[in-house]
Design a protein around this ligand. Sequence first.
Ligand SMILES: NC(=O)c1ccc[n+]([C@@H]2O[C@H](COP(=O)([O-])OP(=O)(O)OC[C@H]3O[C@@H](n4cnc5c(N)ncnc54)[C@H](O)[C@@H]3O)[C@@H](O)[C@H]2O)c1
Length: 256
Amino acid sequence: MQIKGHAAVVTGGASGLGQATARALAEAGARVTVLDLNEDGARATASDIDGLGLACDVTSAESVGDALRRATEAHGPARMCVNCAGIVAGGRVVGKDGTPHDLDVFSRVITINLIGTFNVMSQAAAAMVGLPNLDPDEPERGVIINTASIAATEGQVGQVAYAASKGGVAALTLPAARDLARSGVRVACIAPGLFLTPMMEGLSQDIYDNLIQKTLHPHRMGRPEEFGRMVRALIENPMMNGSVTRLDGALRLEPR
Ligand SMILES: NC(=O)c1ccc[n+]([C@@H]2O[C@H](COP(=O)([O-])OP(=O)(O)OC[C@H]3O[C@@H](n4cnc5c(N)ncnc54)[C@H](O)[C@@H]3O)[C@@H](O)[C@H]2O)c1
């Protein structure tokens, strides 16, 4: 799908991969609405790209509905929806002190990363399926891109909640693409390895060095703009549908 001239919404756009995606889509000529729990951050990203920044909690149906309504009023209906909002939280099934994983923490990670992604994608898709078709030769109404992680398949010690949430995001890619195929809406998913964003800045030097050592080539963390370029490529290529694409410099996570 052509990016230029169409509207996009990006969740988690106040920071990191979402911010880079908002910039990449704006550079390609999209009208971008940045959604984030962090309203000031959303506005700051938006002000750099002549976009709209709105407060939005991806876990709330009302908050997402309201934000998408306001985005549509400002920019017209979104043809592109990129879900980057997410959190990371560590914890083992049974902690070193013998207590089970905190159920509230597990639940929160699933609620934001998995249910939040589904909430935004389903509401955005409901609007897309009613839009005029863009291509005279085949259905083309919009593209949804979700963000999983390589932890979806290689979760490390202490990542049980995060890996479960990202496994869910990866797993829904194909059935969602199948559900929306007849409407001409594609669904793709990116599973990043390690990218230098505020989410990763809290890593200890040991963990950082260990992970960099295993990122074979390029031998460094990914740059958020490289994620934004992948988003653009997935949107622009009509055959990209129903798959999870790793973006990881050949990193394979080990148990720890
Ligand atoms: N950075 C990496 O190396 C990496 C690797 C794999 C996957 N990911 C995934 O990529 C996505 C973006 O990560 P990032 O590194 O840019 O993180 P980040 O912390 O820099 O940005 C995440 C953004 O999500 C927002 N957010 C959190 N909860 C929200 C909610 N309930 N509603 C709306 N917004 C909310 C935050 O305010 C923040 O701006 C996440 O889903 C993350 O799990 C990141």
